[in-house]
Design a protein around this ligand. Sequence first.
Ligand code: NAD
Length: 392
Amino acid sequence: MKNHELNSRRTFLRSLGMGASALSLPLLGHADNLSYQSEYERIQSLFTEPDGSNLFQPGKKLGIALVGLGYYSANLLAPALQQTQNCRLAGIVTGTPSKADEWMKKYNIPKENVYDYKTFDRIADNKDIDVVYVVLPNSMHEEYVVRAAQAGKHVICEKPMAITPKACQNMIDACKKANKQLAIGYRLHYEPFTQEVMRLGREKVFGAVKFVESSDGFRSGDPNQWRLKKSMAGGGPLMDVGIYAVQGARYVTGEEPISVTAQFGPKTDPVKFKDVEETMFWQFEFPSGAVSNSTTSYISGVERLYASCEKGWFELSPAFGYGPLKGRTSKGPIEMPVVNHQAAHMDGVCKDLLDGKKLPDHITGEEGLRDTRLLQAIYQAAETGKKINLKA
Ligand code: NAD
């Protein structure tokens, strides 16, 4: 079946707010009437796959398989998947057998939904798994997103999408070729305080945004972690959390930067930071004339998004962590519901997948590619000491 046919069936059904079984009920009562019987069969055929399985079940949750059971999967994603409405934890991919045992017990995951990195591709045959969520070190995202798409699964990939724009493009191409959708782990795009500052900036509620301060950093621990190895992380704090500051400046202005200047901070611990930057600063100019100034660091905490506008200001602080976030404007506090970021993100993405809708641009691989290009330009600006022109 072609994807657009599938999508229109999905859209049609969900617009009715019911699945095939619900639709069949009133029709069954008239089974003796031939015209009703043939209509019943026609409608059923719309929802039945060649193997006899029924596509639409009311309340269906998409099955997610987490690839990589490190900190983020174990502490944030798996617990969030106990709260989600549109998806559930259906499978795991891990290279550590003891973790597999622990997760199977803890989350009631059947053995046939557990894979390691060698058996991963067999996930193609697993109907329980609709979406593969890649939560590996940054340099491994490309390989596992491509393999997941080739296995015929939708994919969510953690940020930063990849360590080079070329890798991002390969991931986008692989998903397109497989007719599957690719979302990036931009959890804040489904978070109400963040959505509110996006609105305040883009709708010019305090007039045009003139100046943005957008910074994210923390004190990193273990000196042997992959985050300090350029080959695995692609860089230091800029790749890891500086990306939130890049996003923040883009989403409150609603504009794409036209130039960047950047500077490396000092290395106060040159042994620990022999491979990647310790601290970094950068400045974007936007087409409207707005400018942003940002800091990222692995040496000390900073987490703030502030916008100075023609007729006032607004800010989030904390702005990028797991919450609760907190916001203020020149007119008073920002009051919004506090949500679980990871649950809201996965539910939001999976709702669109269930509805057969194209994911919104701001959550797709194209958005991940835009950010990866900007991260590269920031490094280039700091390395050359020159202003880098970002106009196409
Ligand atoms: P982590 O080091 O805690 O976990 C990484 C996992 O990858 C581990 O289970 C590890 O065993 C596995 N792995 C497989 N092959 C590996 C290899 N060759 N080297 C190292 N580890 C290997 O990392 P994490 O904090 O869970 O981060 C994973 C990804 O999630 C990163 O891309 C990170 O940027 C992203 N992340 C996103 C958020 C967010 O808020 N969206 C938060 C944290 C992490």
